[in-house]
Structures are given as C-alpha cells and as structure tokens.
Design a protein. Sequence first.
Length: 365
Amino acid sequence: MPTKKNDPERFLPNPRLYNLPFTVGAFRGMPYRMFGDTGLRVSNVGLGTWKIGCPETGDGSRINEKMAFKIFDAAVEEGVTFWDTANRYNNSSGNSERIIGKWFAANPAERRTIELATKIYGTTDGLTPNYCRLSRLNVLEAVYASLDRLRTDRIELLQFHWFDETTPIEESLMAVEDLISQDIVRYFGVSNFNVAQLEKYLALKDSLPRARVRSVQNQFDILYGEDPPRRGVLEYCAKNGLSFIAWSPLRSGLLSDRYLDKSKIRRGDRLMDEKRVNQELTEPVLDKLTKLAALARKEGLTVTQLVLAYMLQIPGMGPMIAACSSPTQVKENAQAGKIALGKEQISALENITGKIIEQEFGHEN
C-alpha cells in the first residue's frame, strides 16, 4: 500500500506564501464552486483526460505525454484544477493515470493544487473475474494500482464507473469506508447511475456515512440533455445536494466552432477519426450550431465558451470536465468558468436549443 510522502518544500521558508488572504474563493482568476453539500470547492472548469495516454503504443489515445504535460501546465496556469480520469481510459491501459502520475512526479509542489478524480469498475490490470466489478477485493486492489500509476498517496474523489448488479452494495461501500478512514480517498461518487440505483446507495448513507455519494458523473449536453435511461439524475442531484458532473459536455467537440463548415472537416478532427460526422452532424444539429455560433460571436465568445458558461448555471451542475487537445483549448475553456450569462443571453440560447433546464426538470417549455 502506498505510504504518505512529505513535501520537502514544507520544511523550508517560502516568502511566496507570506501574507496570504485569510480565505479565497478563486485561483488565478478561476472561480470555484461547492462540491455538492460538502466543504470541498472545485474549479468551475476542470479537465477531462480520457484521450491522454501513449498513442505510440496503440492504446487508442490521441494526446501523447509531451502534449499532455503542456496541457497540464496550462491548466494550472488557468486555475483549472479539477482533473478527471479513470483506470480503464484508453483501452483499459491505465495510461491516462500514468501520464498524470508522471506530471505529478515532475511537479510535486502542484499535487496539493489539484482535485484529482478517478474511476474504477471495468477490467484493468489482469484477466480473472476479480480484476473487475465492485467486490471488496477489486475496489481495494484497483485503488492501490491507481495510486501507483498516479504516483500519489491519495485520491480526492473516487468514483464507481458503473453500477454492479452482482456485488452487495454494502460490501462495495464498506471498502470505500476503509479507504476513506485510511485517508487514501477523500470523497466518493458514482458514474453512469440512474435514479433508482443512486437511491439504493444513498439508503445506506447513515450506516456508512463516510462512503456517502457526493457526486454523479453522467452524460449530458445541451443538444440532448441526459442519456434517456438516466434521465432525472440531474434534478435529483440539484434537490439532494449532490454535484452532477457532465461527461462529454461538448459532445466530443461537436459543440464548438470546429464543425460549422463541413468542407473544413478533416482527419485529426475527433468526429472524423471516429467516423461519427454523419451521425452527429445532422442538418437540424448543424442549424443549431450555426445559430449558436452567431449568438456566441455577438457576445464575443466562442461556441464552446457559450455552452460551458450556460451549463455552469444549471442547478446542481458541478465542474465542467471537457477534454482538451492543446493548451489553447485549455485557455478557451477556462474563460467559460469566469462568465455569468444574463437572462437575455440565456433566453437567446434556449430559443435555439430549447429550454434544456426546464426540459430536464420535467416542466413545460
């Protein structure tokens, strides 16, 4: 099991940290928001690391170590400090975690700056049935392996990547309780859960309080809302003090300026490489994108910034974890975390997409 490591800089005087304000609510211009009903604060805009890995090894990633380090550096510079990964990202390779771990090793003073989130469930590190799901054995061993790859002694947010129909919930959550009691994990969340599954976990919040669910990471974007089988989770989070973390908030880059002109789409664009252009870029969607782009230009924003800024104002919404393929994209996304849209801007956007907030919460348009 990894042991606690002392930061050698803590033993030395550091004038850079003299005369700090008594409390702060932002970092390098990036506002922070409460993480559900906990005391933890997370950056409005975070970083999704799904496609960071070792593409030269055939792991299916798109961003190599050299570019990833530039992205991580830019993220800290912009106050983008909530980083989300998973042990299985990139063909169950663990390479997203490994690259993050290498950056931590090269930048040990920044580890305390980052709110690190990872996920476990799917088969990783081995071939027997005990290398997957949420048995006590796999929860503990998967976390220990993630810590090794991440080169850290703790994880701020551990998330179960999927609901396990075969393992008693108490068994899974007791393992999380033990990890939190050992200060290996700080907070606990889930991913790809529906409301009924979420309620089964929360029914144990009094008997297993350390392992109380604090967040749900599910699919959401302003074109389609929640994934239909999991519809209603966003509202549930808003009403029950949980943080809803939207995965793929930009729908794999579709909600950007990149796909406005079909003639300019080429290899290297994610939807082209994944052969999803025709599936995603339908005429109705292109019409909405064109109108969103016009509205964004009017407000001096990019489509991405407009979309992320809007999502940040949805009740229950947690940090945005859009992926980035360059430092430029990190900076573009980060600006969205500093924007507060007015009623007129929100109304104009909803005239294009529909009133997604009301739709999600079951009210009339």
